[in-house]
Ligand binder design. Structure first.
Ligand code: PRP
Length: 183
């Protein structure tokens, strides 16, 4: 039913799973002997984060934060709002921020500054998808699952008007689905 709105599959379920496994292994090696705090940025990254930590052979704490700079708009407002804050202190912690996608970099630019201000010991960023063509801030993630072109991608956490997050793969949405809202 959801599949009829998808123009093409960009990343299959198997490819997602393979990439997450190797990201988890790389993080495990890099954080050997440490106990990082993994921060999931809701809502999109929830799917990725819960799969990723299963491949991190480390003592980790997890927490969630919800920030909003888009609402249901196509373009970021540039103004980032905290909708739900962390319940764990980041002071002196090695923090790993988990994102589903980095687009303009507005959200992470804000978050990295905030967590530095709150005195995290170190901050690294892992993102499943990266859209480097759209970047407004000079922000480079430490771990990247895949680079994607500037297309409207949904699935595996990514939404269009809050829908399609539950697709098991990442696909490109048909233009006819979102074009009414473009004008
Ligand atoms: C998406 C994504 C990032 C942000 C990236 O979240 O999860 O947080 O946008 O865009 P940026 O690099 O231009 O800031 P969104 O606001 O769509 O919320 P969601 O995760 O709840 O869908």
């Amino acid at each position: 039913m959801l599949e009829k709105d998808i123009k093409k599959i960009l990343v299959t379920e198997e490819e997602i799973s393979e990439r997450i496994k190797s990201l988890g292994q790389a993080i495990t090696e890099d954080y050997a002997g440490k106990e990082p705090l993994v921060i999931c940025i809701l809502k999109g990254a929830a799917f990725f984060m819960t799969d990723l930590v299963r491949y991190m052979d480390l003592k980790v704490d997890i927490d969630f934060m919800d920030v909003d700079s888009y609402g249901d708009a196509f373009e970021t407002s540039g103004d980032v709002k905290i909708v739900k804050d962390l319940s764990t202190s980041v002071a002196n912690r090695d923090v790993i921020i988990v994102e589903d996608i980095i687009d303009t970099g507005t959200t992470l630019h804000y978050l990295v500054d905030l967590l530095k201000y709150r005195q995290a010991n170190s901050i690294k960023i892992v993102t499943l998808l990266d859209k480097p063509d759209r970047r407004r801030f000079g922000l480079t993630p430490d771990y990247i699952g895949l680079e994607v072109p500037n297309e409207f991608v949904v699935g595996y956490g990514l939404d269009y008007l809050q829908r399609y997050r539950n697709l098991p793969y990442i696909g490109v949405l048909k233009e006819e689905i979102y074009k009414e809202n473009l004008s």
